[in-house]
Design a protein around this ligand. Structure first.
Ligand code: FNR
Length: 390
């Protein structure tokens, strides 16, 4: 029978191992399997088709999703012997703060597709481990609520730069008030990737009012709800499905369901979000404005080219995250791990270089660190853990 498990401490691998074997003696197996492939398979069985497609899917033919894994397979570790490992310490100082392991939880949107408690459950789990959780711009729970659940535990905020500077500024201000230690600006999503698994299902969570909680809790966003939205009004035929989506939008919008339904606030929020999401015209020069908005450290996520890393250094950024968004944006893009050594060399120790896209095990984390990463962000595996274990 599955039993709830308490959170292991980072670096407590042998204790965790012992716990699992002893639990096995009593006939208990872990609810969340420790192998990445089984984790995904078991999570798939409890997730809706739409949720699994959204989480597992990548751009185009998913060549970059596969390349991310193949790049890890191409490296092997050469172990050394007779080094005293009776005491192990995985802790490090990241942006001036001590963290117990070089692991962060990557920003992942629309987590309520996977579990009712969504970001809140992840916030609690991250705080339990003392690992930083990067709140997504596309979260399903407002950042203030997650921050409250985390106490003093570290959190960062991931920003998608909106077409409205005023909204961008408001999100950043709220991140400061929520005790975030850094702003991560994601630069690889000026437009949403072409994701066939979602396209064949015709499913985008945001259209159902999922993953827009940072917006619907934002005073600037809400103040503009009555304003006309640019672009043609989408015409959706009235079918049982589109009616159900309308009800979902009203239910997910803050406040009374009936009032939202009558006023059309849920639908208006989705339309406004779509009109404001992401600014495809964003260029390097815009980043300077972020410095006017906040004193928090700023990290650039989605860096794959050494020249972009050099530019980040030259612009006084506080870190880069080597990432291809888990292969969800540019099909055929270089594996993130392949890009890592070049970026590390270009940065030359002047900034922390974080890494994500393809981390599935502790050995993967070791490889990324060995190739020069300061720390890594874990993505899909924790989403599968959320689906299975809350
Ligand atoms: C993401 N990622 C992401 N990144 C980001 O900056 N903001 C976001 O809202 C999201 N949302 C999101 C949703 C889902 C379902 C996935 C799988 C990923 C990208 C994420 O932060 C990270 O870069 C990847 O997850 C890394 O790839 P792996 O290791 O999870 O395959």
């Amino acid at each position: 029978m599955a039993q709830p498990e308490s959170a292991p401490r980072p670096g407590a691998g042998p204790e965790r191992q012992r716990h699992l074997y002893l639990a096995g003696l009593a006939g208990r197996v872990p609810r969340v399997p420790p192998q990445a492939e089984q984790l995904e398979a078991r999570a798939r069985a409890v997730m809706s088709r739409q949720a699994f497609a959204y989480v597992a899917g990548g751009a185009g033919l998913e060549r970059t999703v596969r390349a991310n894994r193949a790049a890890f397979e191409a490296w092997r570790i050469v172990p050394r012997v007779l080094r005293d490992v009776s005491v192990r310490d995985t802790s490090l100082t990241l942006l001036g703060r001590r963290v117990p392991a070089p692991i962060l939880l990557a920003p992942i949107g629309a987590l309520d597709l996977v579990h009712r408690q969504a970001d809140l459950a992840v916030a609690r789990a991250a705080a339990g481990l003392g690992l930083p959780f990067i709140f997504s711009s596309q979260a399903s729970v407002p950042m203030e609520e997650c921050a409250r659940a985390m106490g003093e535990s570290p959190r960062w905020f991931q920003l998608y730069w909106s077409r409205s500077d005023e909204l961008t500024r408001s999100l950043v201000r709220r991140a400061e008030h929520s005790g975030c230690d850094a702003i991560v600006i994601t630069l690889d999503t000026p437009l949403l990737g072409w994701r066939p698994r979602d396209l064949v299902l015709g499913y985008l969570p945001f259209l159902h009012g999922r993953g827009i909680a940072q917006y619907t809790s934002d005073p600037v966003f809400l103040a503009g709800l009555g304003e006309p939205v640019e672009g043609p009004s989408p015409s959706v035929p009235p079918t049982p499905r589109s009616m159900a989506a309308l009800l979902e939008q009203a239910r997910r919008h803050p406040g009374s369901f009936w009032r939202n339904l009558r006023s059309g606030a849920g639908r208006a929020a989705v339309r406004r979000f779509l009109a404001l999401f992401s600014r495809p015209s964003l260029v390097w020069e815009d980043l300077g404005r972020l410095r006017d908005y906040t004193r928090l450290p700023v990290l650039l996520k989605g860096i794959l080219h050494p020249d972009d890393a050099r530019r980040a250094v030259a612009m006084g950024m506080d870190g880069v995250i080597v990432s291809n968004h888990g292969g969800r944006q540019v099909d055929g893009a270089i594996a993130a791990l392949e890009a890592l050594p070049g970026v590390v060399e270009a940065v030359g120790g002047r900034l922390p270089v974080l890494f994500d896209s393809g981390i599935r095990s502790g050995a993967d984390i070791f490889k990324a660190l060995a190739l020069g990463a300061t720390a890594v962000c874990v993505g899909r595996p924790y989403v599968y853990g959320l689906a299975l274990g809350g």
